[in-house]
Design a protein around this ligand. Structure first.
Ligand SMILES: [Fe+2]
Length: 245
């Protein structure tokens, strides 16, 4: 009897939890390395809807030399996308912020208070995967003293941090929020990235889960990861803020 009950309990624990809000994706067509056409955007969003998402905060890259986006390119693209979603009768709301690459241009935008934010003045940013930018601490400080809350995109993907796990603790203690990719936990990128994502999860440091959807392969991996109950695993030790957005 007890065995039967504990079996039931284990099965219940593994039941997938549905996230209604996604933070981090590249769904505005033609302005970065995400969806190329409006048709492609709609296909990706239809699948996200099928997976249970009802609100998307999409985050095109702002990277001065590769994807020179600004408020206008992003908000104009958002307008076009919203109109197409309405015409296609897909019942999902889409907002836009940006995934800012940590460089001099980002520092200028902070100084001018020209950032696209989500939630309570939160800013999603990324940095080099290979070496720590020397200005990381300064940028975090500048963001905070300008009234922004920094959210580091996919902390698990910065290879230089894998061997310096204490640095994650330091960033968390300084008030940086972490957005981990669901596909990192599912093993889409690499074993090393998956291992680090799991360590961050076990520490209880995940604030947001994101799909970081660029294309169909991401969506296929995401579908499998969500079905395997990854969100429920994360919720055991982490307080996810996705559905408060
Ligand atoms: Fe991204």
């Amino acid at each position: 009897m007890i065995q039967k009950l504990s079996g039931l309990f284990r099965r219940r624990q593994r039941e997938p939890i549905t996230l209604r809000t996604d933070l981090h994706s590249h769904l505005i067509p033609g302005i970065d390395d995400g969806a190329k056409t409006l048709g492609e955007s709609l296909k990706l969003i239809r699948t996200l809807h099928t997976l249970g998402y009802r609100k998307l905060i999409t985050t095109p890259h702002t990277m001065s030399h590769r994807y020179p986006n600004d408020r206008r390119t992003i908000l104009d693209g958002l307008g076009t996308l919203r109109k197409a979603l309405e015409e296609a009768q897909i019942d999902i709301s889409v907002d836009a912020a940006s995934e800012y690459y940590l460089d001099e241009h980002f520092a200028e935008l902070i100084a001018k208070r020209e950032l696209l934010t989500f939630g309570k003045n939160e800013v999603l940013f990324e940095m080099s995967y290979i070496i720590e930018p020397p200005q990381l601490d300064t940028i975090v400080f500048e963001l905070q003293s300008s009234g922004y809350t920094p959210v580091l995109a996919h902390p698990e993907r910065y290879l230089f941090l894998h061997e310096h796990f204490e640095r994650y603790r330091q960033l968390k203690e300084r008030g940086v929020r972490f957005q981990v990719n669901i596909n990192s936990l599912g093993g889409f990128y690499s074993k090393a990235v998956q291992k680090t994502a799991r360590r961050i999860m076990h520490e209880g440091w995940i604030d947001y889960l994101g799909s970081d959807t660029h294309h169909r392969r991401h969506i296929d991996a995401l579908t499998a990861a969500l079905k395997s109950g990854i969100v429920a695993n994360v919720c055991e030790k982490n307080t996810l803020l996705n559905d408060r957005l």
